[in-house]
Write a protein that binds this ligand. Sequence first.
Ligand code: G6P
Length: 492
Amino acid sequence: MSLLDAPLVVASNRGPVTFERNERGELEARRGSGGLVTALLGAMQQVGGLWIAAASSDADRELAGAANGGLVDMAPFGGDYRVRLLDVEPDRYDAYYNRISNGILWFAHHSLWDTVHQPVFDDETERAWHEYVAVNRQFAEALAEEADRSVEPPAFLIQDYHLTLVPRLLRELRPDASIARFSHTAIAGRTYLRSRPGRIREGVLRGMLGADVLGFHSQLWAENFLMSARSLPGVRADLARSRLIVEGREVVVRIHPISIDASGLREAAAAPEVAALRRELNRWRGDARLILRVDRLELSKNIVRGFQAYALFLRTHPEWRHRVRFLVLLSPSRMDLPEYRTYGEECVAEAELVNREFGDEEWQPVEVRVKDDYIGAVAAYGISDVLLVNPIYDGMNLVAMEGPLLNRRGGVLVLSRNAGAYWRLGKHALAVNPFDLRETADAIFRALEMPREERVRRARGLSRLVWSNPPERWVRTQLEDLERARLRRRIG
Ligand code: G6P
């Protein structure tokens, strides 16, 4: 049986939904936030399979502890796939998720440290790393069980930086497993990544190298990974064929840009409650043009510089005052990390500065809404004139796809050159260096002044690109790579 038809087993830290109990005690499923869920959910809905994830709410943990080992059929919640929830002990989860995954790996991959003061590693880091290893082992064991349970050998798709060790641990448990591993983040250059303690750096690289196929969103991230991995003892790089030979085993490195479930999103946007929200937003914006940003409240998204660039634009172009509004929708994220809480405060304070400098009784130039509001974002996408996506570094950035797909006004995309999405969408966007306020302010101005014909041409180009890369293709290309790897292994 080809792996293209094999049972699919996905593993990621965050599952597609979080379960909650309502007042009547019934289970309800709330969609997880972030790009990984957005993309994989689209793929799973179309391909089906099993998704293994860590329990993250009380109801999740209750399900994880059930006699069937945490297996949940998603059919009653509108899904055509199954979820298996793993119960991770809370202190262990804190060390694995907050300290290592988000506190170190995320920061390293997105170059977020102010290196004069950060990072500082100590015994606490070592302890947390132990827990990270333990959680990765728990996932690997659950995946190995699935391999035993399945009649046909499954295709394993392991996601992201929380589970970097799983490919290697799973390979130790099931040497013949077919494993693809995907990085949803940016990957920093090798010199920056050397800031991580040696044990963590090497552990992560060797962990990932347990896979047969390593996927990245863009060429740059793949190249950065290759440059880091090739420096490990026992690893040989064959750059011409984009592969690494690890102790005689081949690991191929591939670029598979992810996309969104365009038809699903269009359907969501057509719901009456979205139409009502759109009307409400239209009333709020009045005659003004609308600049929109939609993000997780996340350091790498560069939200503060976004406000500073907007202020610069208003300072340089007073003729636009009262004629434009900036709506900023931020969903709270990783609030257990002090850096995220402080950054949230900085964002709100910066927005207030803009309102104080330029606002008056009739007009507030910025509105910030901090809440998990997917439907609100879907509504706002439809009616914006400019979408600002200016991350410092970003693995892909799906907002840059969702916005243009739903926009009805020939909205212009202002896009950071450091977002993975730039490689596909850049030619139809206004590109900015995320650190350059002047360039960003000028791009906002240019977007607002752009003739309708050009706006529509660019918007159509963006929308076409989004439609041309459905999520099931992202899964299929990885399975094709895995199948080729399996055949080569058999011949070799
Ligand atoms: C974004 C990132 C992913 C990450 C996800 C979930 O989508 O691109 O790399 O896995 O967020 O992050 P969270 O901490 O909210 O689970």
